[in-house]
Design a protein around this ligand. Structure first.
Ligand code: NAD
Length: 342
């Protein structure tokens, strides 16, 4: 079987540190043929660093010359949609960074086009590849949890407003803590509920700390240009009476510098994701079950491998285009609720 030819659009941090190393480790299945990015000098330097044969600033020229089979989209958020549509129109499978897009209708269009063209569209929501998540899914399948009826999903930073890049620019990012961090744990929570669509969505967003300024634990940000939410809280209700409470923050007056977790409550048992613990009953006694020997895996490598599996028609747990469209719709509903539209 011939190798898939891969190209990357967007040659920044995540391309350099995550996607390219993962693709290189999967060299028996895939070869990187090109990187395309806005800055030609940086694209050339990235290509040289990783031994990639071609660097482009023009994606049309890249498709013409290199004819990739798959494309990784690792640009800023506002470019996920146009570059994914272009790649799907060029007949390529797409692994797109999160969040899927800026608007729900864009993510829907992306998913529909992938389906129409018989191509794989997937999102890089790589927490799905942790051993803890795998164990949660197996515990659920085993019946250890019974029916899951409530999930608390959190991705909180105490003072983690990035002091670099465009994270606080709404036009480029589409939003703040929810778009950047919340989507990771929202994806897991929705997965635990089999990607049901909520019937009610209530959200609040805040920007007190972002607009005031203060001590940064991830660089210092400019409160004058801070244009996104520093925290977003939401409550989602589902037709079967299940619910999700979602909390995400770049900045919040809370104890831990970072708190990224899921608490899952089921009719037979409950679980915390990190560190993975089951809350259950054993022989009529309440019991906490710990798992000290879980593997520490390379979640990017596993997610890229899961994407390639999907491209090769094998079973895969990667976040699909369809799921991404639901995820983006929920994100949009949260923002609409927070701004007073329902
Ligand atoms: N899955 C994760 O855990 C994770 C982690 C970090 C970032 N991300 C996502 O990855 C994406 C990129 O983030 P990053 O940290 O690598 O940012 P970055 O700024 O380091 O890289 C973005 C790259 O896109 C390029 N670019 C900008 N405009 C372009 C254009 N018009 N055409 C082609 N290239 C263009 C830039 O030159 C840069 O190389 C974002 O969507 C972000 O949300 C995901």
């Amino acid at each position: 079987m011939s190798k898939l030819k891969a190209a990357l659009i967007g040659g920044g941090n995540i391309a350099d540190k995550n996607h390219i190393p993962a693709l290189k480790q999967l060299a028996d299945l895939v070869e990187i043929v090109a990187v395309c990015s806005r800055d030609g000098i940086k694209a050339g330097a990235l290509a040289q660093k990783h031994g990639i044969p071609h660097a482009f600033t023009d994606s049309v020229a890249m498709y013409e010359q290199c004819k990739p089979d798959m494309v990784v989209i690792s640009t800023p958020n506002n470019l996920h949609y146009p570059y994914t549509i272009q790649a799907l129109e060029q007949g390529c499978h797409v692994l797109c960074e999160k969040p899927p897009a800026i608007h729900a209708h864009e993510a829907r269009e992306m998913a529909d086009l992938a389906t129409r063209n018989g191509l794989v569209l997937a999102y890089n929501l790589q927490l799905r590849q942790t051993s803890e998540w795998d164990l949660l899914m197996r515990s659920k399948a085993d019946g250890q949890l019974g029916d899951i009826y409530h999930i608390k999903a959190s991705f909180l930073r105490r003072r983690g407003i990035p002091g670099w890049g465009y994270f606080t620019d709404k036009a480029i990012q589409g939003g703040g803590a929810l778009m950047d961090l919340g989507v990771h744990v929202l994806d897991l929570a929705l997965c635990a509920l089999d990607y049901a669509v909520p019937t009610q969505v209530l959200g609040n967003t805040y920007d007190f700390i972002g607009k005031t300024g203060g001590k940064g634990l991830m660089g210092s940000w400019n409160p004058q240009t801070f244009g996104v939410e520093d925290a977003c809280m939401a409550y989602l209700a589902f037709p079967n009476n299940a619910s999700i409470m979602l909390s995400s923050s770049f900045a919040l007056n809370t104890q831990a510098d970072i708190n990224r977790n899921l608490e899952v409550f089921g009719s037979r048992g409950g679980a915390t994701l990190f560190p993975f613990t089951l809350y259950t009953e054993v022989a009529g006694e309440l019991a906490n079950v710990h798992f000290p020997y879980l593997d520490n895996v390379d979640i990017q490598l596993k997610n890229t491998a899961a994407f390639l599996d999907a491209c090769l028609g094998k079973p895969s747990n990667v976040c699909t285009g369809e799921q991404g469209a639901i995820l983006q719709e929920v994100v949009e509903q949260i923002y609409k609720s927070a701004s007073g539209f329902t």
